[in-house]
Design a protein around this ligand. Structure first.
Ligand code: ATP
Ligand code: MG
Ligand code: FE
Length: 351
């Protein structure tokens, strides 16, 4: 089985073809990602209007490249999957419409994929990972702990009450005049700095409910940065290192609470999984590996190239759904908001 996946929910125009053999072996046949970083860098964040227009300009070319690099023609695939949300609705409509058009033209089934479900299932594309697992989903717009019981079957254990982790990284970077996107910039600076120079708060540490709060930490960094300004290169590196150390402690402590909540819900996870753009962060990966060892579980994170938004994760989620007969029809709509625990086996359709 081969599925084309299309991703346009934020600032990456992406298309990929993923296959699965009868033996269960999966392969990424192509994975084309065009990042709009340059178009948004001047604004320090994603500008929805610019993003939508850039998706329109790039989508045909990126899909053609996904077919060319896989050495396949549209008729060679078994289904088309496109992210239908959550995300910036102008961009989502571009990918969704392109996906429907290819499905109609080829007569193949269409699957409207939830972008968060795609992040949540990505680790199963590259690892032999069994349900149920505890998932820490950390991205630009989301920070959640979920028990993943199966495809389309998510129990939300907790989440952020203010900022998402990726958002916090992006805001700290902007505050310190580091290049956009912020996560990789802050991680790079942190590697050069002293994580113990500033003692930033670890919000909600020790609380039994697996929720997150990051805005107080962000404010603490801003107050210190203002107090010691003008900032030297060393100051910036130390602020990043101390901020990242606080984030790692928070992720580990909150995920520990998530493990407890998961077991209290009667679910015994096979694995601890981290996914989403922030899962690329090495310090967070190491912290979670330590926690998993402490809990006697394996820790799995997708390869770096599959942490940020990409087409392969959409194609894979499409494949997982196709295998279960969960296909959609042409009435699937773009959804700016689409929480995972509201994910029905039946798709969202227009009224
Ligand atoms: P969502 O998936 O919630 O809809 P999104 O698709 O914009 O949001 P992703 O592309 O999954 O988010 O992740 C992007 C986020 O990941 C950005 O906030 C970025 O700063 C962050 N990020 C990327 N690499 C790193 C890193 N190495 N360390 C920390 N954060 C990172
Ligand atoms: Mg992005
Ligand atoms: Fe994402």
């Amino acid at each position: 089985m081969r599925v084309l996946g299309i991703e346009t929910t934020c600032d990456e125009t992406a298309a990929a073809i993923v296959s699965i053999e009868r033996s269960g072996e999966s392969r990424i046949l192509s994975n084309e990602v065009l990042s709009q970083i340059a178009a948004h860098a001047a604004y320090g964040g994603v500008v929805p209007e610019i993003a939508a227009r850039a998706h329109v300009e790039a989508i045909d070319r990126i899909i053609a490249r996904a077919f060319a690099h896989a050495d396949l023609k549209p008729g060679d695939i078994d289904a088309v999957a496109a992210a239908a949300g959550p995300g910036l609705v102008g961009g989502v409509m571009v990918g969704l419409t392109a996906g429907k058009a290819i499905a109609l033209a080829t007569g193949k089934p269409f699957i409207a994929v939830n972008h968060l479900e795609a992040h949540a299932l990505t680790a199963r594309l590259t690892d032999d990972l069994a349900f149920p697992y505890l998932l820490l989903l950390v991205s630009g717009g989301h920070t959640q702990l979920l028990a993943v019981r199966g495809v389309g079957d998510y129990l939300r254990l907790g989440g952020t009450i203010d900022d998402a982790v990726g958002e916090a990284f992006d805001k700290i970077a902007k505050m310190l005049a580091l290049p956009y996107p912020g996560g990789p910039s802050v991680e790079r600076e942190a590697a050069k700095g002293d994580p113990e120079r500033f003692d930033f708060p670890r919000p909600l540490q020790g609380r039994p409910t697996p929720d997150f709060s990051l805005s107080g930490l962000k404010t603490a960094v801003r107050l210190v940065a203002e107090r010691i300004a003008p900032l030297s290169d060393n100051d910036v590196a130390d602020l990043c290192a101390s901020f990242q150390a606080a984030i790692v402690d928070v992720m580990v402590d909150r995920t520990r609470a998530g493990l407890r909540a998961c077991r209290e819900a009667g679910i015994t996870p096979t694995t601890l999984v981290v996914a989403g753009g922030v899962a690329a962060n090495q310090a967070i990966r190491s912290g979670l590996t330590r926690l998993a060892t402490e809990a006697g579980l394996p820790m799995v994170a997708p390869p770096l190239a599959l942490c940020g938004d990409n087409g392969a994760m959409i194609a894979w989620a499409g494949l997982e759904r196709l295998r279960l007969g969960l296909v959609d029809d042409m009435s699937a709509v773009a959804r700016p908001r689409w929480p995972l625990d509201e994910l029905a086996a039946k798709p969202a359709t227009a009224a």
